[in-house]
Design a protein around this ligand. Structure first.
Ligand code: VGL
Ligand code: ZN
Length: 179
């Protein structure tokens, strides 16, 4: 079961959205291209209530059932098997896809016999990083697809730090052509 996790590739994290990764649009065709290489595709959605403590740190984004939390039209969502809702509580950030509340991602993957996870999406410094670190702590061999992720670039240096943290924790960094 070759498995892809697409993290938060949603309108609010793309240019024109509330909390954009400046280069976010560039990853959409890359993600569309690689989907055919996988047997199982899961996609997380940042899925916040209107009144979460998360919005004390961040501009309001990805509120449940609003255009900002939708996937962009360009993304080939028909190929996605499972959708994960994360950040749904009003008491925490819920950065990691392993904190999804509609599905327990770890149980779901283990039931399917998945041992390796390929990760792409938005944003490098927050939800991609936290999902990758959780995948590693749950003992998945974890690949991060470098040309299929983008940073929000909120603080200089954080993106480099995120790559470093993921590598030190044991992630393997690859490019889409090497999948
Ligand atoms: C994210 C900041 C706030 C992300 C989500 O998806 O990386 N970043 N909420
Ligand atoms: Zn969020």
């Amino acid at each position: 079961m070759k498995t892809l996790l697409i993290v938060d590739l949603q309108n609010d994290f793309l240019p024109g959205g509330a909390l954009p990764a400046p280069d976010g649009n560039q990853i959409i065709p890359v993600v569309n291209n690689i989907m055919d290489k996988f047997d199982l595709i899961t996609a997380s959605k940042d899925w916040h209530p209107e009144d979460t403590v998360h919005f004390e740190k961040w501009p309001v984004h990805c509120v449940q059932n609003t255009p900002g939390s939708d996937f962009p039209n360009e993304l080939e969502t028909g190929k996605i098997d499972t959708f994960l809702h994360k950040g749904t509580k009003n008491t925490d950030d819920g950065y990691s896809a392993f904190e999804a509340t509609n599905i327990n991602l770890d149980n779901f993957l283990k039931e399917k016999g998945v041992t390796e996870l390929y990760v792409c999406g938005l944003t490098t410094e927050y939800c991609v990083k936290n999902s990758v670190l959780d995948a590693l702590s749950h003992h998945y061999k974890t690949y991060v697809i470098k040309d299929a992720v983008a940073g929000v670039k909120a603080h200089p240096g954080d993106e480099d730090k995120a790559w470093q943290e993921m590598k030190v924790a044991g992630a393997t960094i690859i490019t889409s052509e090497n999948i």
